[in-house]
Write a new protein. Structure first.
Length: 207
């Protein structure tokens, strides 16, 4: 049973590939470049009409997009991996809650930081970027306060939330700031970098 994961190194595809590695699933990573002059961009629209990464094609040919939705789908398709706890309602709710929080409260703000000109004219872009980055930092501190595992978000072990947190935290703030303000989030990333099942994937995306 082979999956096809469309993405680029360091993108949101990393959390999906980490999930596939943790599950132990067979998959192909299809490197996909977007933007002007990217040869694969046009063909990729047939997979995901929005043109956003990542996308996952199941062995049955079903196509899934949106990182959080893909993670939840993989967790449901491979329950034995335990990426979303099934027998503990509180643990399951926590995994889903913080996966969705990263996807809805942090992920969109990063686009503002990276491309403020998409949302404001030049005179306001710098201020918009600064305010968006401040909100991102505040939201990471909210995630940090929710960590009660060591080194994972929950004491029961790694879930899809840990994968999303570790992946997205690499983009939005500097390492010095994260180390000072979010040591728990850094511990999650370090654990994935050292975990036997995910080490190779993590290093390929974030070495």
């Amino acid at each position: 049973m082979t999956y096809a994961l469309y993405g680029s190194l360091g993108s949101g595809a990393a959390m999906v590939e980490l999930a596939l590695a943790e599950i132990g699933a067979d998959y192909e990573f299809v490197k996909t470049r977007l933007g002007k002059g990217a040869g694969s961009a046009g063909a990729y629209r047939a997979v995901n009409p929005t043109g956003k990464l990542p996308a996952l094609v199941t062995p049955e040919g079903e196509i899934y997009t949106e990182s959080a939705a893909i993670l939840l789908t993989l967790a449901d398709r491979h329950p034995s991996a335990g990426l979303v706890p099934r027998r503990n309602a509180a643990a399951r709710a926590k995994a889903v809650r913080w996966t969705v929080f990263v996807a809805s409260e942090i992920y969109p703000m990063i686009e503002i930081v990276d491309y403020p000109g998409r949302f404001a004219d030049q005179s306001a872009a710098a201020t918009l970027k600064e305010r968006a980055l401040a909100r991102i930092k505040g939201r990471w501190e909210t995630v940090e306060a929710a960590i009660d595992g060591n080194p994972w978000l929950h004491t029961r072990g790694p879930t899809i939330a840990d994968l999303a947190i570790a992946n997205v935290s690499r983009w939005s703030t500097g390492k010095r700031w994260r180390k000072k303000h979010c040591p728990g989030i850094e511990a999650i990333a370090d654990a994935l970098a050292q975990r036997e099942s995910t080490r190779a994937v993590w290093l390929r995306h974030f070495a």
